[in-house]
Design a protein around this ligand. Structure first.
Ligand SMILES: Cc1ncc(COP(=O)(O)O)c(C=O)c1O
Length: 260
């Protein structure tokens, strides 16, 4: 890897950067270098007028007619299709809704229901804390012997065994940027009959490989800042659903039950 040692080299590289022209699409306080892309990104210049239009025209003036007139009802799919291009998913397979945690709860509940006889949800200690809390919370809520097993990130592959129902992993470590081998983990999990949920927060643009996961959640935290979360659960749909399902899928043998 080439290491830039001085400002002159960095400026020369900046000049060649084909992405540099995107800079003018964002509104930053003068002289500020802002590197936070996850918690709150930089304001895109187009966002202010668009939000004002949504509030002043679509909400204040058009009121309830906006669901049809301004296409509100279809926005989760419309924006989902835009995000699908960035993450390499098929059109019609991504929905924008809620937060990552809420989406994770939904897809994890569905996945656990589909593998109900297998009691282990496998994850790793590098995962984002709230993802682990969601899984813990779900097992407590179900109160039927399901448990979350957490291993070190480098031991995920060997921990994927027959008793694991769902493998729930975040691709990119938010602290170190360490990445998992998604393809290898997904292949091994499918070989063992598990469903796989990938949290792709921080992964947008990293790869467009058309591998098949069971479900993904994430939000697009690019330079444009944090957008609403999205999820895609192509492989968790019923048998009659559109393509994207893994051949290992079976009809749900049971549903998550409430704690007694
Ligand atoms: C990898 C990852 N997963 C999950 C979350 C939680 O996201 P949310 O607050 O949308 O539930 C975050 C938040 O930064 C994250 O970085």
């Amino acid at each position: 890897m080439e290491i830039i040692m001085n400002r002159k080299d960095a400026v020369a590289l900046d000049r060649k950067d084909s992405f540099a022209k995107k800079r003018k699409l964002f509104s930053l306080p003068k002289g500020m270098i802002y590197l936070d892309g996850n918690s709150l990104g930089v304001l895109p210049k187009a966002a202010g007028p668009r939000v004002r239009h949504a509030v002043e025209v679509e909400w204040r003036r058009d009121l309830i007619t906006s669901w049809n007139k301004n296409g509100w009802w279809n926005l989760p799919r419309k924006v989902g299709d835009k995000i699908a291009k960035v993450i390499g998913a098929a059109p019609g397979s991504v929905i924008v809704a809620d937060t990552i945690s809420v989406n994770l709860f939904k897809v994890l509940s569905a996945a656990v229901a589909k593998r109900h006889e297998r009691k282990i949800i496998l994850s790793d200690s590098g995962n984002f804390p709230s993802d682990l809390y969601v899984a813990q919370g779900l097992t407590q809520f179900m109160n039927d012997g399901h448990r979350l097993k957490v291993v070190a990130p480098e031991h995920v592959m060997e921990a994927i065994k027959d008793e694991v129902g769902v493998v729930m992993i975040t691709d990119v470590d938010y602290r170190s940027a360490r990445r998992h081998d998604m393809k290898a983990i997904t292949a091994r999990a499918h070989q063992k009959g598990c469903l796989v949920i990938w949290d792709l927060a921080h992964s947008a643009g990293r790869s467009r490989s058309p591998w098949r996961w069971s479900a993904i959640v994430g939000s697009s935290r690019t330079g444009a800042g944090r957008t609403p979360a999205w999820s895609s659960a192509a492989n968790l749909r019923p048998r009659s659903g559109p393509p994207g399902r893994s051949g290992a899928d079976r009809p749900a043998p049971g549903r998550p039950r409430r704690a007694k």
